[in-house]
Ligand binder design. Structure first.
Ligand code: F6R
Length: 252
């Protein structure tokens, strides 16, 4: 648990740095949204201090359907603005679903092939207020593979802060499925702010349920959860105080 999002970003960037420096061909699974911004800021600082991203491959979790990559609110544009334009990741090693693809099923299959060819060393995740990871929304079942998803009302409303009106918010997205997320060697789940406190509590301490998609991360053996005080406020302190961490995951 960190005092500030900035500190959390710096710590998380150090975890990513270890992968980038330690693996011959590092593969990073990346997320968009407000949460990872401090991480990307810290990674840009590390690049300026000499961290080399030229061998890194990045695979983003998701993209809106119906807005082009140049659109200010597309996830491709987000990644370009916050990370890619500032560091030396090779453009042909950057993968993001194409939300303008004419054949969306073919696009999902293409993306799964990319994921199969590039085993993800470290997957960065945010969490939706409804518990989604990527855009795997609460449902009766969770989909294993990359798929088209109808965004839930809570997600559309939450994303509306970035668009002129609610009508402008895309209602569909392409998202990586839960299989690809769970196959990552290491997972980092980040959450900041009071509005994430309840879902963090349910995802970490509650039962594994498909209507809380992030709870499936309890089944992974190497998850680091990066929180600030507000997002950790509904956790029992004994969970994250020294010496009493759950064995399968680390809360920071
Ligand atoms: C974004 C993504 C989403 C976000 C989540 C939290 O690529 O996959 O799951 O991580 O919606 O968004 P923020 O960080 O904006 O609260």
């Amino acid at each position: 648990m960190f005092e500030s999002e900035r500190d959390a970003g710096v710590y998380t960037a150090a975890l990513v740095e270890r992968i980038v420096m330690g693996e011959k061909d590092p593969v990073l699974g990346l997320a968009t949204g407000s949460t990872p911004i401090p991480l990307y800021e810290a990674l840009v600082q590390l690049y300026r201090s000499g961290l080399d991203f030229s061998r890194a491959t990045t695979i983003n979790l998701d993209e809106y359907i119906g807005i082009p990559g140049q659109h200010e609110q597309s996830y491709r544009h987000f990644m370009q603005t916050h990370l890619f334009q500032h560091v030396n990741i090779q453009p042909d090693r950057i993968f993001i679903p194409d939300g303008m693809a004419e054949d969306l099923d073919a696009e999902c299959a293409r993306y799964d092939k990319i994921i199969r060819q590039h085993a993800i060393h470290m997957q960065v995740l945010g969490i939706g207020v409804n518990g989604h990871i990527g855009f795997n929304e609460p449902d009766d079942l969770l989909v294993s593979r990359t798929h088209v998803v109808q965004l839930r009302q809570a997600t559309v409303e939450s994303n509306a802060r970035f668009f002129p009106t609610l009508d402008d918010v895309p209602k569909r997205a392409i998202t990586m499925g839960v299989q690809a997320i769970l196959q990552a060697q290491h997972i980092i789940l980040m959450a900041f702010g009071e509005e994430k406190a309840n879902i963090i509590q349910r995802a970490i301490m509650g039962e594994v349920r498909t209507d809380v998609p992030a709870s499936i991360l309890q089944l992974h053996r190497d998850v680091v959860v990066i929180l600030d005080k507000a997002s950790a406020s509904q956790l029992d302190p004994s969970v994250y105080l020294a010496g009493s961490q759950p064995t399968s995951s680390q809360l920071l």
